[in-house]
Design a protein around this ligand. Structure first.
Ligand code: SAH
Length: 339
């Protein structure tokens, strides 16, 4: 088993089966995530017999950097998993810290019409351990510590729910990478049953919903998931989530020229979200060569923003990152494969 797939509690249990005390888990997490060893041989404070047992039961999986593009405050990585599959991760430097956008699946089955990732069908889940490694490999490459994680790369996190929950447990553990749950954001296209399940999740993680349209007709045409779970069902699940967790939800809304950026859309969106503990993040669309959608003009984005504001909806416009380096979800991977 990949050692990075082990939660802290898994290790406590593991050592228990060897009649060893729980503090061994703390020691091992320290070696893995504070000292960042690459092999069990580097361990010095655990008995040789135990180390050989570890070597026997676990391996260090290794993901590697296949390609990297950097612009001012953004570094985009194409990463190779140990079975040869590739995923992307993007590191952004903000004034409040550094956030890493990680991939949760190899490919994606959600098929959103405007998204590059949807063009590559899902091949498999990314494991919890591999998501952990996305952090380790990039921290080591840039010699930085990542303060925030957003699960907004390739894939639909709620289509890989168990691994996502395990990943959060691992990175949040204070003996290991220790990223605060409030610094972790999951973005979903709206898999309703999982939103209910997630409202019981014991970590205070942020939830973002890729909304992108204020009515079913438009949302059906952009996001096939809406045909499975329409806006009424989605909003009901989100109301339940807000009630259970008392947490504010983010709605992401990419601005597509003449598609979802009209005054009518803004009014409809305001009425859909009225009274909810939420805010809207307007995202200037990253145009890609293959999909034919255009980014809304700056002027239209600002008008849309004003209409929401006037209707008392909390709203921000996402700062632009990585436009020059094809940092839109899935772009680096599809470019590489079609080159
Ligand atoms: N499947 C999840 C997470 C991955 S996509 C989800 O749907 O939320 C992360 C976000 O990037 C989503 O809001 C998605 O709609 C958006 N996105 C996809 N392609 C984009 C593009 N070309 N420009 C801007 N945002 C894009």
């Amino acid at each position: 088993m990949n050692i990075y797939d082990m939660t802290y509690d898994d290790l406590v249990e593991y050592f228990k089966t060897l009649n060893l005390k729980p503090y061994r888990a703390k020691q091992l997490y320290d070696w893995l995530y504070v000292k960042r060893i690459k092999s069990f041989k580097e361990i010095t404070n655990i008995k040789k017999e135990i180390v050989s047992k570890l070597e026997n039961d676990f391996y260090f999986d290794k993901i590697s950097i296949l390609k990297k593009e950097s612009a001012e405050l953004v570094h985009k990585y194409l990463l190779k998993l140990s079975d040869g599959n590739t995923i992307e991760a993007v590191l952004m430097e903000h004034d409040y810290g550094t956030s890493l956008c990680i991939s949760s699946e190899v490919g994606c089955n959600m098929g959103c019409k405007f998204c590059e990732s949807g063009r590559i069908k899902k091949i498999r889940d990314v494991t919890a351990g591999e998501m952990v490694e996305e952090i380790l490999v990039i921290e080591s490459d840039l010699k930085i510590r990542i303060s925030h994680i957003v699960i907004m790369g390739i894939g639909e996190p709620f289509d890989n729910y168990k691994n996502i929950c395990k990943f959060i447990e691992i990175v949040n553990n204070s003996n290991g990478i220790n990223i605060g749950s409030r610094h972790i954001t999951i973005s979903t296209c709206g898999i309703v049953p999982k939103i209910y399940e997630f409202s019981e999740f014991p970590y205070q993680v942020n939830l973002a919903i890729s909304l992108h349209a204020p009515n079913d007709t438009l949302r059906n045409s952009l996001m096939p998931i809406n045909k499975a779970y329409n806006l009424k069902e989605l909003m009901k699940a989100i109301d339940n989530y807000i009630k259970k967790t008392n947490r504010r939800v983010t709605f992401e809304y990419i601005m597509l020229d003449k598609i979802n950026d009209t005054y009518e859309c803004a009014l409809e969106l305001a009425s859909l979200l009225k009274g909810k503990n939420c805010y809207v993040n307007l995202i200037p669309y990253n145009e890609t060569n293959n999909l034919g959608y255009k980014r809304s003009s700056k002027e239209n984005i600002l008008k849309f923003y004003d209409t929401l504001k006037k209707n008392k909806i909390a709203v921000t416009i996402r700062r632009e990152f990585g436009r020059g380096i094809s940092a839109a979800c899935g772009q680096l991977k599809t470019m590489k494969e079609e080159a």
